[in-house]
Design a binder for this molecule. Structure first.
Ligand code: F3S
Length: 393
């Protein structure tokens, strides 16, 4: 891979140790994937923020980088393992909090905004169409490529961080227009309307086509929240970094000849597969992080009601601040439900605390089952909130 004079200086350690390490990562990555060169990025999103996932080894790595590293491009952070201000409310121990705050402090030393959200595009880190970026949260990667028309590979936490410190990424994969064409046409004949429908659709298509890029037809309309939850589930269950939806997403693509169909039965089967036979003891909404619009809807459902079981609504702190001004947070908190800013049901240390989680997100089911060993109930937002109020599914 061809390096510019400045990039070579990074590699030679002339800009410090963090920059040298970062350039080594990007050069190795570029060579593995056959990139000809590095290109500048305009935005970075770093995943791997929860101390629960990083552990002491991850914390040490970050603190080492923070000794002399500084970011060169706007960078935001994925959710952490707790509410960064009021972790006690969520039942997080002070020992965990101490480590988590050290992680955040290392990121801040590097110059990174401690946004702690998987929806950076809802709180101001919103790339423009055609921008080359380096993001490492799979749902946000899929949303950025597909809905915003920006260009990013599915980075890992360390490679995104390396991009933040150098301002560069290797030019391969999703950065190349020829790699962004759809590979299979998916005709959706099912009725897809609600958030859980879109989430189940992502599950069904992802399971069927794996990491191929789909050209999806048959969806009449989809709003931001629906595309957000769809991005999360198709990226989780299939692994694609990009989808095209006819008439909705901005990407240009050839129309693939290979075809498949997603029928009502596939959606019903997906919903069935995400539902275990269990008594719920936890309700978790906000995967990906809830938008202001979702918080408004949830507050209406919870107005003058009381929840009987632990209920978390995960969101970005910036979204929470906006909700606070509108009086929405008070309504939600008065019901006994917890707003869980900066974190989520998947990256918080919740193992052993619950048995059966209800959610409207197929991605949340994946991590609840895989990382926390919970059973899951899957349904609409209304169903989940109703279950929180009545205590039964
Ligand atoms: Fe976001 Fe956590 Fe879901 S990071 S996409 S809320 S698993």
């Amino acid at each position: 891979m061809q390096l510019t004079k400045e990039e070579q200086e990074f590699l030679d350690g002339k800009h410090g140790n963090a920059a040298k390490k970062s350039m080594e990562i990007l050069k190795a990555l570029g060579e593995i994937y056959g990139a000809e060169k590095l290109i500048p990025v305009t935005s970075v999103q770093v995943a791997g923020v929860s101390y629960h996932n990083l552990g002491d080894a991850g914390l040490e790595y970050l603190e080492e980088l923070a000794k002399d590293g500084k970011i060169r491009v706007r960078t935001t952070l994925n959710p952490a393992g707790m509410d960064l201000k009021d972790w006690k409310k969520l039942g997080i121990s002070d020992e965990f909090a101490e480590k988590q705050l050290k992680v955040i402090s290392a990121f801040e030393k590097l110059g990174i905004e401690p946004t702690a959200t998987c929806t950076p595009y809802l709180i101001g880190n919103k790339p423009n169409i055609g921008d080359h970026i380096s993001w490492s949260e799979s749902s946000a990667v899929c949303y950025a490529n597909s809905v915003l028309g920006a260009k990013t590979n599915r980075e890992g936490g360390p490679s995104a961080l390396a991009s933040a410190i150098t301002g560069k990424t290797p030019m391969y994969g999703m950065h190349l227009d020829k790699e962004r064409h759809a590979q299979i046409t998916v005709n959706v004949s099912a009725a897809i309307k609600t958030l859980d429908d879109f989430s189940a659709l992502g599950y069904a298509i992802g399971k069927k086509i794996g990491n191929k890029i789909p050209y999806i037809i048959g969806i009449k309309e989809a709003d931001t929240d629906q595309l957000k939850i769809f991005s999360a589930s198709i990226a989780t269950y299939g692994g694609t970094a990009l989808f095209h939806i006819e008439g909705i997403t901005p990407g240009k693509t050839i129309i693939p000849e290979e075809k498949t169909e997603t029928a009502q039965k596939d959606i019903d089967d997906a919903k069935k597969a995400l539902n275990d036979d269990c008594e719920i003891d936890f309700v978790a909404i906000g995967c990906p992080h809830a938008s202001l619009n979702e918080l408004k809807q949830i507050s209406k459902m919870l107005e003058r009601k009381h929840v009987k079981i632990t209920t978390w609504i995960s969101t970005a702190r910036k979204t929470l601040d906006e909700a606070e001004k509108l009086g929405i947070t008070k309504i939600i908190e008065d019901s006994g439900a917890s707003l869980a800013p900066d974190t989520c049901m998947a990256v918080a240390p919740l193992k052993g605390r619950f048995i059966c989680m209800a959610t409207n997100s197929a991605k949340a089911c994946f991590y609840a089952r895989g990382s926390n060993g919970f059973k899951t109930r899957f349904g609409s937002t209304e169903q989940c909130i109703e279950a929180a109020i009545t205590g039964t599914w």
